[in-house]
Design a protein around this ligand. Structure first.
Ligand SMILES: Cc1cc2nc3c(=O)[nH]c(=O)nc-3n(C[C@H](O)[C@H](O)[C@H](O)COP(=O)(O)O)c2cc1C
Length: 377
């Protein structure tokens, strides 16, 4: 029996993934900054939001579609950029790309993806956004932008919340590096997880594929601290397509980004992997929406674990939501079948939550009915 049948929630996917993945890989994906109080605060803040149950509304016809930059999407949620996805299972990047194509939602293609950006946009049938990290003096960074443009990307996501890579003790304890080294500690870990080790190592150690070309080097832990507002301006001048800035938690920064020519802002704490003491991003979302006004495109990721969470983010001001590590857990748990299964679980949870809150769509006017202002547990 496929393990996918046992996935009834994102928690199930995580539990199954924990059994199958080497500790080093599980903790790399699951880990958060510092003592992980930021991850706990993020979860508590989402849990504290109540949705408003409504009755007798005729919610028999419900739509989960949304619109991004004028294009219809099959769901109001997409796939957040994640580096080295193939660690969760061979071909994980391509599974995510096929999922993006199937539901017409954006696939975030990480700078440190384990499949080249050209292949991912092709498999995603154009439903792909390239995520950019500024690094070093920026020369490699700007070459990646030119490559993304040549590959047909129309949307660039600049991630700005990693001036330095956060300290994630769970990851550090296992000696996680990219590309990873196999010392005695990792050898034992891999030997105790033979299913992962045989399939992953047989398929070839996952690489940072965008750099597996002559002239490109990338150190994941290299400082990105040189980036400033002039870097953003350079990028804005260079990039003719849409520019989304990801990793924003402060209303003042959001206002400045709007003036600096960003086409959209993505509120995110990087899944609580950066600043442990950052505010809960779902609270930041509400404040940033209030500062930017109704019309400015605003997206959200971090801590989304269910369809109800997606609805909470939408009612808190997000036009679109991105899922992160739970998708990797689903792949680790049961491959592509597991991924589809979890995607359907999240979709069902959202659809049922919409029915119970009396809404049939996700337009701003419908969403206004789904929350009880100020209602907290
Ligand atoms: C394993 C892993 C790798 C990630 N790599 C990147 C990356 O390369 N670029 C990026 O902008 N964000 C990256 N992120 C952050 C995600 O895009 C997203 O912000 C985060 O996963 C959302 O939180 P969630 O996992 O709790 O849903 C990564 C997250 C994880 C878990």
């Amino acid at each position: 029996m496929s393990a996918a049948r046992n996935i009834h929630s994102s928690g199930d996917a995580r539990r199954l993934a924990q059994r199958r993945l080497p500790w080093m890989v599980f903790d790399y994906i699951d880990g958060a900054a510092g003592n992980e109080t930021g991850a706990a605060r993020q979860r508590a803040a989402l849990d504290a939001i109540c949705l408003r149950p409504r009755i007798l509304c005729d919610v028999s016809e419900r739509s989960l579609t949304s619109t991004l930059f004028g294009k219809k999407t099959g769901r109001p949620f997409g796939i957040a950029p994640m580096g080295m996805c193939n660690l969760s299972g061979p071909g994980a990047d391509l599974m995510l790309a096929r999922l993006a194509a199937r539901h017409a939602v954006p696939l975030g293609v990480s700078t440190v993806a384990s499949t080249p950006m050209e292949r991912l946009i092709e498999v995603a049938e154009g439903n792909a956004w390239f995520q950019l990290y500024f690094s070093g003096d920026g020369s490699g960074t700007f070459r990646l932008v030119e490559r993304a443009q040549a590959a047909g990307y129309e949307t660039l996501v600049l991630t700005v919340d990693v001036p330095e890579v956060g300290r994630r003790p769970r990851e550090l304890r296992h000696g996680f590096t990219m590309p990873f080294r196999i010392g005695p500690r990792q050898f034992v870990d891999f030997a105790l997880h033979p299913r992962w080790s045989l399939t992953t190592l047989f398929a070839g150690r996952p690489q940072m594929a965008n750099f597996a070309m002559e002239g490109f080097t990338f150190d994941r832990t290299e400082s990105r601290a040189k980036a400033d507002w002039s870097t953003l301006k350079r990028l804005r001048d260079l990039w003719p397509g849409r520019l989304v800035v990801k990793g924003v938690l402060d209303p003042e920064d959001a206002m400045q980004l709007k003036s600096a020519g960003a086409d959209a802002i993505q509120v995110s704490s990087h899944g609580a992997r950066q600043l442990e003491s950052a505010p809960a991003p779902i609270h930041a979302l509400t404040e940033i929406r209030a500062a930017l006004g109704e019309a400015f495109p605003l997206y959200y990721d971090s801590g989304i674990r269910s369809g109800e969470d997606v609805l909470k983010a939408c009612t808190s001001g997000a036009d679109f939501v991105f899922l992160g590590r739970i998708l990797q857990f689903a792949i680790a748990a049961a491959g592509e079948e597991g991924l589809h299964c979890l995607w359907d679980v999240i979709s069902d949870e959202l659809s049922i939550a919409m029915a119970q809150t009396g809404i049939t769509g996700l337009s701003a006017s419908e969403l206004a009915g789904a929350t009880t202002p100020g209602a907290q547990n």
